[in-house]
Design a protein around this ligand. Structure first.
Ligand SMILES: C[C@@]1(CC(=O)O)C2=NC(=C\c3[nH]c(c(CCC(=O)O)c3CC(=O)O)Cc3[nH]c(c(CC(=O)O)c3CCC(=O)O)/C=C3\N/C(=C\2)[C@@H](CCC(=O)O)[C@]3(C)CC(=O)O)/[C@H]1CCC(=O)O
Ligand SMILES: NC(=O)c1ccc[n+]([C@@H]2O[C@H](COP(=O)([O-])OP(=O)(O)OC[C@H]3O[C@@H](n4cnc5c(N)ncnc54)[C@H](O)[C@@H]3O)[C@@H](O)[C@H]2O)c1
Length: 203
């Protein structure tokens, strides 16, 4: 297993999805509002995928993929049900292009891990393609441990940290404030607002 987890910003990236089935749709939904453009090449696409093509940054080319389609893309997601085509794409794509090989993870440079999202908190789960079903089970377990209100809580931690970082407090005092909010979390919105007011007064 050679892969390491990374957080990536795709907002200036042009992404090619080859295939228009359920796996391709899952990938398209994942990157839909995170990248610059999405090009889908497939002789058929799901209704869900068709709906996504209404956005101006998403283009569907209703055709079979050809080697020349693979140029000038930052990332290629291979998601056809034809093993010969999948292999052709692997052979023909430029060396520097990042590939997600949904049919055979080890042949690509990137995987899409399952993620649990609570606002700024994102927990990615990978089993290195050993068992996507185990990944799902772990996600369900984490789902219980991190309820929905974690999104607001993490946003609150972000706002506190921004204030603390720009303050003149001593390093130890900064550390003390940041640690205390993790040891004794405040989930209530009013209490969070009060805390921020008091913190500003202290600075
Ligand atoms: C978690 C989830 C997220 C998502 O896809 O969005 C996901 N797979 C899911 C489900 C799922 N996938 C498969 C089954 C059938 C049972 C089985 O085979 O076990 C089921 C079960 C189901 O559908 O319930 C088959 C399968 N999957 C991969 C291969 C190729 C290979 O093994 O190399 C094959 C064989 C294909 C074939 O046989 O042709 C590869 C990958 N699947 C990954 C993620 C990435 C690694 C994650 C990790 O490391 O754990 C990686 C590397 C792909 C990538 O990055 O593209 C998603 C949950 C969806 C949800 O939440 O509903
Ligand atoms: N990573 C995962 O989580 C996961 C899960 C299940 C399956 N898979 C793999 O993903 C692939 C796709 O699975 P699916 O369930 O979405 O299949 P699917 O049959 O629903 O879709 C396949 C798509 O590929 C398109 N296609 C076929 N030939 C093509 C060509 N020459 N050029 C362009 N497009 C072409 C078809 O039109 C169709 O839209 C399979 O190879 C499967 O092994 C991955």
């Amino acid at each position: 297993m050679n892969k390491i987890p990374l957080m990536v910003d795709l907002s200036n990236k042009n992404i090619l999805i080859i295939g228009g089935g359920t796996v391709a749709e899952r990938r398209a939904r994942r990157i839909y509002n995170k990248c610059k453009t999405i090009t889908i090449i497939s002789p058929a696409i799901t209704d869900g995928m068709k709906a996504l093509t209404e956005a101006s940054h998403v283009t569907w080319l209703n055709q079979k993929v050809m080697p020349t389609d693979l140029l000038k893309k930052d990332m290629i997601i291979i998601a056809t049900n034809d093993p010969v085509i999948n292999q052709m794409v692997l052979n023909s794509a430029p060396d520097h292009t990042w590939i997600n090989a949904t049919h055979a993870a080890e042949k690509g440079q990137i995987d899409f891990p399952l993620t649990l999202e609570r606002g700024k908190l994102q927990i990615a789960i990978s089993t290195g393609a050993a068992s996507p079903i185990l990944a799902k089970k772990i996600k369900n377990e984490l789902d219980q441990s991190y309820p929905e209100d974690y999104a607001n809580y993490v946003e609150f931690l972000f706002n506190v940290r921004k204030l603390v970082k720009q303050s003149w407090l001593q390093k130890e005092q900064k550390q003390e404030i940041l640690s205390s909010l993790v040891e004794n979390p405040i989930f209530d919105a009013e209490q969070q607002a009060d805390f921020l007011v008091k913190l500003k007064e202290q600075m």
